[in-house]
Each structure stands twice: as structure tokens, then as C-alpha cells.
Design a protein around this ligand. Structure first.
Ligand SMILES: Cc1ncc(COP(=O)(O)O)c(C=O)c1O
Length: 355
């Protein structure tokens, strides 16, 4: 339990929006809690942070991030266990990734205590919004943007770091149909693909919409130069099981280093499953599907934990994969990770932080 003695000013909302809400039915990202966390970096220093009633923010029309895109964010979840404890999953990893993004976008780094206390105290103030139930959680969205008002391409001298919370009810991750994208690219070597910055998501919208019109739920991005190597999916890293080995693209400047990816690799190794992080060629995946040696394909990310891939579209063909019911590794890891996040198994890696 964290104390409220830290230097965060707390102004409570006069009335809660919680009354009459059925937390179990809330859709992810559609509803926000009563409060928000706000910290400003101005004149070379972080100012006293606030927890304020959730409300609109007012911006100068020349605010730099609107024009030049210095905008980064994170996403993580807190889960309630059967005995009522709430745990954040690997928040320090999100802090480190946020500062990796900040460095790449030439933004101010966020001190660890500000990041952690901002999230924890906000969760504490809005504790009643944290849903219980096996498939419910509260999504935590830390984000930072350049706030200096000017026109010109240079880093902002001031930043705002905020955290908002979105409770989400039962989340059932349907198996997905994906398309291997060979025309458009999400990121390129040396670009900003490894940073969680808004522009990466904007860049993905048009190709994703073309895919959706053809019935695909998600794209699998390939390298921008030759479209020969698999990179990742829209909001997930991707993994394959071929000949019993877990294979996933190695991290690079064009791939987001997923925290779920790292957790899945850690658990797979613990369970004696061979893991290969390397270049994964589209051609080898297509031939492994055709020869039957590819038995599982799935996305890994905070939203779904594991999103089973049921079919892969490539160059006009649809390749149906091994039925989900016949898979063994991904359902096992999915259950293990979901149990871990809810404190049902020993926290041997120190991944849980109690709220
Ligand atoms: C582009 C992209 N790749 C991968 C991931 C998975 O990362 P994580 O497991 O940390 O949620 C995400 C989600 O944040 C993402 O947006």
C-alpha cells in the first residue's frame, strides 16, 4: 500500500461518475475514472504534480506536439486478485520503455518515482473503479507530450506527463485473421518503431483499414526495405511454434519491445521450451504452414495477453492454421500469465506491484 504523504496534491471530484456503472460491462478504452494525474516539466524542473478531477485540458493552438509529434505513451494493466488485492504488472518495465521512447523523441525523461507514484496514487484514489472478476482489469495509460507553444522543428522545452485510467470488463480475445503486409510499412530500420510514439499508430491506420475491408483483423508488418522479414503486429509482437520451438523476431530499431513478449519468453524458457529470437522470414513461415510444422501462431501484448492467429493471408491466399483447440504451448502460457497477473502463483520474477 502506498501512502498519500508524497508531494502529490490531490483534489477530489465533487461527485463520482461510478454510480450506475456496471464495471463488468465496460468496453476497453471507452470510459475513464473520476481522476487524472498531471505533472508539468517547465523551466527545467518537474513541478508539484496533481491528481485532479478528470476533465478537459486546455492547449495553446501552437502547442508543439500537435504540430511536430513529440507525443509518447505507455499501456499497462492492474488486476484484482480473488482476495481483493490489486496488482500492477511489470510497471517498472513500462517506465523504462517510456524513457526509451522519450530519449528517441528527444523529450524529457520521467523520474522513476514520478512515474510510479503517479500511477499508484491515482489507482489508489480511483480504487473503487478497479473491476474484479477473472477477465476484467483496469487499463493504465501514462502519456507525455511537448507543451511549449511555438512553430518550428526543435524539441519542446516543456512537457506534460499524465496518467488516465480506463476500467474494462470481460475481455474475450477472439482468434484473429491476419494479413502479412508487403506494400506498406509501419517502421523502418533507424526510425522510431521501437518507441511508443503516437505517429507510429497514425501510420498504421490506412494500411490496417485496407486490410479490414478485406476481412483481416490485423496486419503483420514486415521489414520496410524488402518485406521479407516479419516484424510485429498492430499492437502486439508475434510468435510462432515451429517444430516445437518458440520463434519470434529479434528486437530491433523498428520493433516495439513488448513487455508481454519478454514475459512469454521468460515463462517458455522456465518450462523448458526452446526459444529462438532471430530474423524470421516470411518464406520460412509460409513453408512451415504448408508442411504442417508450424503448429501455433499468436500475438502477444497487454490488451489480449495472447491473441491466437487462426489464419494468415499472404499474396492473395488464405492459409488456415492448426485449430486453436489442438494447440498446447500458447494456451498454457496464456493461462500461466493470467494467473500470474492475478497473484495466483508465486511472483518469482518480482513482476507484481501491489496497489
Ligand atoms: C506496436 C506494438 N507492439 C507490441 C506491443 C505489445 O507490447 P506490450 O506487451 O508491452 O503491451 C504493443 C502494445 O503496447 C504495441 O503497440
Amino acid at each position: 500500500m502506498i501512502s498519500e504523504t508524497k508531494a502529490i496534491r490531490i483534489t477530489r471530484a465533487k461527485e463520482s461518475k461510478l454510480k450506475g456503472q456496471n464495471l463488468a460491462e465496460l468496453k476497453f478504452g471507452s470510459q475513464f475514472t473520476d481522476h487524472m494525474f498531471v505533472a508539468d516539466y517547465v523551466n527545467g524542473a518537474w513541478q508539484v504534480p496533481d491528481i485532479l478531477p478528470y476533465e478537459n485540458i486546455s492547449l495553446d493552438p501552437a502547442t508543439s506536439f500537435i504540430h511536430y509529434g513529440q507525443s509518447i505513451f505507455e499501456g499497462l494493466k492492474a488486476h484484482k486478485s480473488e482476495n481483493g488485492d490489486t496488482f500492477l504488472f511489470r510497471p517498472k518495465s513500462n517506465w523504462m520503455r517510456m524513457n526509451h521512447s522519450a530519449e528517441r523523441l528527444c523529450m524529457q525523461p520521467i523520474p522513476e518515482e514520478l512515474f510510479m507514484e503517479g500511477m499508484l496514487q491515482l489507482l489508489n484514489v480511483d480504487r473503487d473503479w478497479i473491476p474484479s472478476g477473472d477477465s476484467s482489469s483496469i487499463y493504465v495509460r501514462p502519456f507525455m507530450f511537448g507543451t511549449e507553444a511555438f512553430l518550428g522543428v526543435r524539441p519542446s522545452s516543456s512537457y506534460r506527463f499524465m496518467v488516465i485510467l480506463s476500467p474494462s470488463g470481460s475481455y474475450y480475445a477472439k482468434p484473429v485473421k491476419v494479413k502479412i503486409e508487403t506494400e506498406y510499412a509501419r517502421a523502418m530500420t533507424g526510425g522510431v518503431g521501437s518507441a511508443k510514439t503516437s505517429g507510429n499508430y497514425a501510420a498504421s491506420l490506412f494500411p490496417a483499414s485496407l486490410g479490414q475491408k478485406k476481412g483481416f483483423d490485423q496486419l503483420i508488418w514486415t521489414d520496410a526495405k524488402n518485406h521479407e522479414k516479419i516484424e510485429e503486429s498492430g499492437t502486439m509482437n508475434v510468435m510462432f511454434v515451429v517444430d516445437g520451438k518458440l520463434i519470434t523476431p529479434k528486437l530491433s530499431s523498428s520493433i516495439l519491445a513488448g513487455i508481454t513478449r519478454d514475459s512469454v519468453i521468460t515463462i517458455a524458457r522456465e518450462k523448458g521450451i526452446a526459444v529462438e529470437q532471430r530474423d524470421v522470414f516470411v518464406s520460412e513461415i509460409i513453408s512451415a504452414i504448408k508442411s504442417g510444422t508450424l503448429t501455433e501462431a499468436f500475438g502477444v501484448g497487454t490488451a489480449a495477453t495472447i491473441a491466437h492467429i487462426e489464419s494468415i493471408g499472404y499474396q492473395g491466399d488464405i492459409l488456415e492454421l492448426n485449430p486453436i483447440a489442438n494447440r498446447t504451448i500458447s494456451p498454457f502460457i496464456e493461462k500461466y500469465l493470467n494467473d500470474y497477473k492475478r497473484g495466483r502463483i508465486e511472483d518469482k520474477y518480482g513482476w507484481l506491484v501491489k496497489v
